[in-house]
Design a binder for this molecule. Structure first.
Ligand code: FES
Ligand SMILES: [Fe+2]
Length: 435
């Protein structure tokens, strides 16, 4: 059998387990997917000034994103043309040039080699056009994307139709509030899968069902990317999951609203939690529901921050677009805030992944800009995650261990509620086997 018959996502949606566990499959992804796909290297706000440099690592590859003297973003391979050393590790600020720490060769901010120490010693042995290997770079919504493939399609084409879908959310105007990095105990795709469906909520996060209707989600696949979210109108009333079979007098709107705000934690702004407390204390104005009152307050808050939310319907103000930006960025985007997970393979190890959690929000222009909290979590298991995240990460350890045990060759997916999961695997297959 050819490898692609063993590894390909099946037409009926079954996924071969080896995709998550085999070192050879991970290698194939590096060779055929990561080397050719547009991927998020960071946020533009991480390199605000000329000479700012950000290192982006994918597998064994390291890329430097550089803002040059004229403010234009450049990207290049982070390996010196002399004897291969990395030039920048992590980041640099306000550099006049890129200087290799080993023997001091210098490169301009666009990657051209400008100075070789004791050049005369080399005579004419050096090629005249040495430069750091070029990498494509472009931006959308404040995200810096890179692509290692010189023949890559334009980013705008790759991102369609997300650009239109997300335009009203003004991601470019959002600012990082938190960037937290942790190595998680599962294959990168297992991590993405867990944020790409709502099917597991009723089991893994059953404590949130009293304030979450987990049944009113719609899934939609685009050519490359996907999204899921509330069905139109689903957040027009506050109700628990129908799975609980509660009658109207068995739940309290106020508790549901409180649960929603507390449970979505970082997705809401400090000011909004204050609004909820106040609403709960006074009750909604006569004739409108608690949710409608909250949505009206939310609209005022966003407008006061200088953002136009007139295109959003009331229920959209409290509903998320859960977008999979193929291949590895996923998470809920609300008007005004977003929690995004960027998940990368951890070197060549198929059993762990590097996860960056980015909390973004529209800043309040009337207040002084705050720098984001930047955290590196040394040991995911010892960290104080919020309860839902703890459940998700404990779950990932179990999933990877169960898959590694060799008990099952095939994983079966729910055709409706896990359709975005299967779609992501099919698009990966396009890169691995078809193009
Ligand atoms: S390896 Fe960079 S200057 Fe020698
Ligand atoms: Fe979850």
């Amino acid at each position: 059998m050819f490898v692609d018959e063993v590894w390909r996502t099946r037409a009926d949606g079954a996924i071969p387990t080896a995709r998550y566990t085999a070192a050879e499959f991970a290698r194939l992804e590096h060779e055929r997917l990561w080397s050719r796909v547009w991927q998020v290297a960071g946020r533009e706000e991480q390199l605000p000034n000329p000479g700012d440099v950000l290192e982006y690592e994918i597998g064994l590859v390291s890329v430097l994103v550089v803002r040059d003297a004229t403010g234009v973003l450049r990207a290049m391979r982070n390996s010196c043309r002399h004897r291969g050393s990395k030039i920048v590790v992590g980041q640099a600020k306000g550099a006049a040039c890129l200087r290799c720490p080993y023997h001091g060769w210098r490169y301009a901010l666009d990657g051209t080699l400008t100075d070789v120490v004791d050049r005369d010693d080399f005579g004419d042995a050096l090629p005249s056009d040495l430069a750091l290997g070029p990498v494509n770079v472009d931006t959308f919504g404040g995200f810096v994307f890179v692509n290692l493939d010189p023949h890559a399609e334009p980013l705008a084409q790759f991102l369609a139709p997300l650009r239109d879908l997300l335009a009203p959310y003004r991601l470019d105007a959002m600012r990082l509030r938190l960037a937290r990095t942790a190595v998680l105990p599962a294959n990168w795709k297992a991590v993405i899968d867990a944020f790409n469906e709502g099917y597991h909520v009723q089991s893994l996060h059953s404590q949130i069902l009293p304030w979450t209707d987990d049944t009113s989600l719609a899934y939609e696949q685009f050519e490359t990317h996907a999204r899921y979210g509330r069905l139109p109108g689903a957040r027009r009333e506050l109700r628990p999951s129908p799975r609980l079979g509660l009658t109207d007098d068995e739940y309290e709107e106020g508790e549901i609203l409180q649960g929603m705000i507390a449970g979505l934690g970082g997705a809401f702004l400090q000011d909004e939690r204050a609004v909820v407390d106040q609403l709960l204390a006074t009750g909604p104005p006569a004739g409108i529901t608690l949710l409608a009152a909250f949505q009206a307050h939310r609209r005022e808050l966003m407008t006061a921050r200088g953002f136009d939310v007139s295109t959003f319907a009331d229920d959209e103000l409290t509903s998320a677009q859960d977008v999979l930006w193929f291949p590895n960025l996923v998470g809920p985007i609300y008007p005004g805030s977003a929690i995004l997970f960027r998940v990368r393979p951890n070197g060549e190890d198929p059993h762990t992944a590097i996860n960056d959690t980015w909390v973004l929000e529209w800043p309040d222009s009337r207040r002084e800009a705050r720098p984001p909290r930047v955290e590196y979590v040394e040991d995911w298991d010892a960290f104080g995650w919020d309860p839902v995240t703890r459940q998700d990460y404990d779950n990932l350890a179990r999933v990877q261990a169960g898959m590694r045990s060799g008990a099952n060759d095939m994983l079966f997916t729910n055709p409706r509620q896990e359709s975005n999961v299967v779609h992501m695997h099919r698009v990966i297959d396009r890169y691995l086997f078809d193009a």
